[in-house]
Design a protein around this ligand. Structure first.
Ligand code: ADP
Ligand code: X15
Length: 404
């Protein structure tokens, strides 16, 4: 990636211009309550910069993974209300993403005003694999603006209409958040101090299993926790009960274990796990039980790495000089299953070198568990995006800003 990707200044005088900003406002919610507003806070400087420059700011973003049609559970309205509080100025909310409602909301903006469009993933054009379908939706988005600013670092690895296609249709620039994230992550790709340890967890198992291939070439050790553990354990011949499992990835996991061994890279899996007979919900008290990873009962599901594994992961991290961590080790939202995540977070704060945490939920976990953000080298707003950057992959949302 070039060092010269055009920033917002390249768009010239923005007074009175309609500027579409793609932010990543994908925050954890409990009903309509935002449980961590980190990504909204991270989006504020660019939105404020545009507003202060007199632009008519139109924010587009997604929340969760709705199925391409409106779903009130994923409305961005609570997020736009929080954004207004953080900006200290009113924010209009358009109940449509494109079409009449959105056009009217944008037309009503004065210089410096801000509007948020409803969840961009309520439209199936946003995530379509068909270029023409995505393009048609991007045409509609582009009609709402005179220029585009890409500031959602957490989505730059997605070739989606509001990230990629819209940048083909409008004068476009990189926002300060994406630029600063890339600056830090570049330090991990260019001569990282070794040992370089990558810790992976979370629930987006199919996304993240895919990145291991390239990370085997880059890191010295991979510590695996969270939901992806169970596909590895199953690939080793163990039963995993009702735990998360990507059955079609078993051969891939076997290949990773062989490749890593061949190249002298260690893949460290938990030896014990915390299980329960049901996924945590408000309806019942959790009943956490620690079992060997090789002996998960048929009626149980793994919800955290166990205490022996947490101590082993912390010991591996004690020697590291560079660490990247994405994905909680367990269902940290419930205290009974937060032990592994807490142990890894604690170990990262003690790293003698650069420690980077990436991902919406990982960053939220660090804050919710009471850690001081300053104890980490960097807390990135993107998990999957960071991982793909570290793999050396071209990220569509960045490449599109750099084309001639
Ligand atoms: N063993 C597990 N089974 C199911 N979900 C898990 C497990 N471990 C962690 N999780 C869940 O993973 C979610 C975060 O995953 P992910 O979105 O991949 O992380 P990030 O946003 O940091 O990239 C959390 O909500 C957590 O509860
Ligand atoms: O939460 C996000 O990514 P992350 O969990 O990898 O940090 C981004 O908002 C991207 O969301 P997506 O993975 O549904 O495309």
């Amino acid at each position: 990636m070039s060092d010269t990707t055009a920033g917002i200044d390249s768009l010239g005088d923005l007074r009175g211009k309609r500027v579409l900003v793609r932010s990543d406002l994908n925050v954890p919610l409990d009903g309509t309550l935002i449980t961590d507003d980190g990504r909204i806070r991270a989006s504020v400087p660019t939105i404020k910069q545009l507003s202060d420059a007199g632009a008519r700011v139109v924010v587009t973003a997604h929340l969760g993974r709705p199925k391409g049609s409106p779903d009130p559970a994923y409305s961005l309205r609570p997020v736009s209300e929080r954004l207004a509080e953080l900006l200290g100025r009113p924010v209009a909310f358009a109940t449509d993403t494109v079409g009449a409602g959105a056009t009217e909301a944008v037309a009503a903006l004065g210089d410096g005003d801000v509007a948020v469009l409803e969840n961009v993933r309520f439209n199936d054009g946003e995530t379509s694999k068909d270029d023409a379908v995505r393009g048609a939706f991007a045409d509609q988005l582009a009609q709402l603006a005179d220029a585009f600013v890409s500031d959602g670092f957490g989505v730059v690895h997605r070739k989606q209409a509001s990230v990629y296609d819209v940048a083909l249709r409008l004068p476009s620039a990189m926002g300060g958040l994406v630029a600063s994230e890339v600056d830090v992550l570049r330090r991990l790709t260019e001569h990282p101090d070794r040992p370089y340890v990558v810790v992976l967890g979370g629930s987006k198992v199919s996304d993240k299993l895919g990145v291991i291939d390239n990370l085997i070439d880059k890191a010295d050790k991979l510590l695996i926790g969270g939901g992806m553990v169970f596909t590895f354990l199953k690939a080793q011949g163990h039963e995993v009960g009702k735990s998360l499992l990507e059955a079609d990835q078993l051969d891939t996991c076997t290949r990773y274990l062989t490749e890593a061994a061949d190249r002298g890279v260690e893949i460290v899996l938990p030896t014990d796990v915390v299980v329960d007979t049901a996924f945590p919900s408000g309806d019942r008290e959790p009943e956490p039980t620690v079992v060997w990873a090789s002996e998960i009962p048929a009626d149980a599901l793994g919800l955290d790495i166990g205490p022996e594994s947490a101590a082993a992961f912390a010991a591996e991290l004690a020697d590291a000089r560079t660490v990247f961590w994405n994905g909680p080790m367990g269902v940290f939202e419930v205290d009974a299953f937060a032990g592994g995540t807490r142990a890894v977070a604690e170990a990262l704060t003690k790293v003698d070198g650069l420690s980077v945490v990436g991902g919406g939920d990982s960053a939220a976990a660090v804050r919710q568990l009471g850690f001081d953000e300053a104890a980490f080298g960097h807390i990135s707003t993107g998990g999957g995006a960071s991982l793909e950057f570290l793999e050396g992959k071209e990220l569509p949302g960045i490449a599109v800003l750099e084309r001639d």
